[in-house]
Design a protein around this ligand. Structure first.
Ligand code: HEC
Length: 141
């Protein structure tokens, strides 16, 4: 939302500049048709972008944000619990793994990543826990 707004403001500003500078219309066209130069060939696409058509990703992310998960987990850095990126590296996205990890989230678990236990989340439904785990495993690059 905020980005879109900034973007459209920038477009408006560019349009105003183009009109107020009279003859600069052609010049603007030349610059905008130049292909972006320094972009690396293998530019990394964010997981949000890659999975924008996957409703499970968005649903899982929303559930994770609403829950207490962010107080112990970050996407790319270990805090109390492992980084989601590390979890997604460790487990393939399969039905068995989703079910296993969802049961760890609901019942709590310890010993896979270290000595610190993950507390149980008994109020989470299996469906919600599985969506959360799917979101985590979809982060895999
Ligand atoms: C109080 C801190 C804490 C909270 C809150 C927490 N976690 Fe964890 N989580 C951990 C720790 C610590 C581990 C590592 C446990 C282990 O070594 O077995 C872990 C492990 C995990 C794993 C990997 C499990 C495995 O067996 O490999 C997943 C997936 C996960 N958490 C997801 C979540 C989700 C989703 C939530 C929110 C519903 C959540 N966590 C909330 C601390 C937390």
């Amino acid at each position: 939302m905020k980005l879109n707004k900034t973007l459209s403001l920038a477009v408006v500003a560019a349009a105003i500049m183009a009109t107020s500078c009279g003859g600069s219309g052609t010049k603007t066209e030349t610059t905008s048709s130049t292909p972006a130069p320094a972009a690396p060939a293998q530019q990394e696409v964010s997981p949000e972008e890659r999975h924008k058509d996957n409703p499970d990703f968005a649903a899982g992310l929303a559930l994770v944000k609403q829950s207490d998960c962010p107080s112990c987990h970050m996407v790319d850095r270990k805090i109390v619990g492992p980084a989601y990126n590390d979890v997604s590296e460790k487990y393939e996205l399969t039905d068995e793994n989703v079910e296993l990890l969802a049961s760890h989230v609901i019942n709590g678990n310890v010993g896979v990543w270290g000595e610190i236990p993950m507390p149980a989340h008994p109020t989470l439904s299996k469906e919600d826990a599985e969506l959360m785990v799917k979101y985590v495993l979809l982060l895999k690059k």
